[in-house]
Design a protein around this ligand. Sequence first.
Ligand code: NAD
Length: 283
Amino acid sequence: MATIIDGKKCAEKILDDIKNRVSNLTQKPGLSVILVGCDPASSVYVKNKEKKALETGFNSSVYKLPENITKEELLALIEKLNKDDTVDGILLQLPLPKHLNPSDFLDKIDPKKDVDGFHPVNSGKLLNNEKPYAISCTPKGIIRLLESYNIQIEGKNAVVIGRSNIVGKPVSMLLLNKNATVTIAHSKTKNLSEITKKADIIISATGRANMVTSDMVKEGAAVIDVGIIRGNDGKLKGDVDFNSVKDVAGFITPVPGGVGPMTIAMLMENTLELHLLNKENQR
Ligand code: NAD
C-alpha cells in the first residue's frame, strides 16, 4: 500500500512559515488578482486565493471585470498594476472569455510581478535552466511535494501525461533541470501504458477521470495526480484511479488534498519572493 502524500499538511507548514516571515515585515506583500467574467470554477478559485492571501497577512485586491471587457481596458488595468509599487504579484485568472487571447495579456504583465510564472521571460528562464522570477505554482508545488517525501528525482524515469503550458511543460522542465529522464505523453501518444510502466515518477495532468489505472503503474512508483474533475455526484476526482493504484504505487497524492493545496501555497510563496525582490530593486 502506497504512502499517501499529504499535500494539505505540507501546504499548511509552508503557509505557517510564510505567515511568520510576513509578520516581521514593515510593508505587506501585495497580490492583485484579475477575474474576467463569472465562470463558476474560476470564481471559486479566486475567492480561495483572496482568502488565503488575507490569512497569510498580504494585501489582496481582486478586480472583477465584466465578461465583455475590451482588450484595451484589460491592458490598461495590467499597465496600472505594473506601475503600482504596492503590487508585487499580478495574477490573471484563466480561462479568459473567447474574444480575449491570454498571451496578449500574460506577455504584458511585468515579469517581476508575474506571480504565476507564465510570462515568456519566466518560462524561457525555466527552459534555459536559469532562475525565473517566479516558477508556475502547480509545477513548483509538485516538485516540493516530491522533495518533502524524499522521492529521488535525479536519474529517475519521469513520465508527465499532459503538455499544457501551465502544468505539463513547466513540470517537465523542472524535472529535467533536476536530472530526471523525462518523457512527455499527450493525447496523441501511442501505447501510453507501455511508457508509464517504465516510470519511477508519473505526473498526470489531463483532466480525464480515472485514466491512470493500476496496470499502467510500476510497483513502487510515485504517482502525482494533478487532475481536478467534478463528478456527477458533485465530488472532486483526479486523473488517477486512486483505489486501485494505491495498492501498486509507492507514493500517491489524493484528490482533493494533494497537489491543489500546494498550488495555493506556492502562489503565496511566489508573492512573498517577488515582494522581497521588488523591495530590493527599489532600494
Ligand atoms: P489542458 O486541458 O490544457 O491539457 C490537458 C493535457 O492532457 C493535454 O496536453 C492533452 O494532450 C493531454 N491529454 C488529454 N487526454 C489525454 C489522454 N487520453 N492521454 C494522454 N494525454 C491526454 O489541462 P491543464 O490546464 O494542464 O490541466 C489538467 C488538469 O489539471 C485539469 O483537470 C485541471 O483542472 C487540473 N489542474 C489542477 C491544478 C491544481 O492545482 N491541482 C492546477 C492546474 C490544473
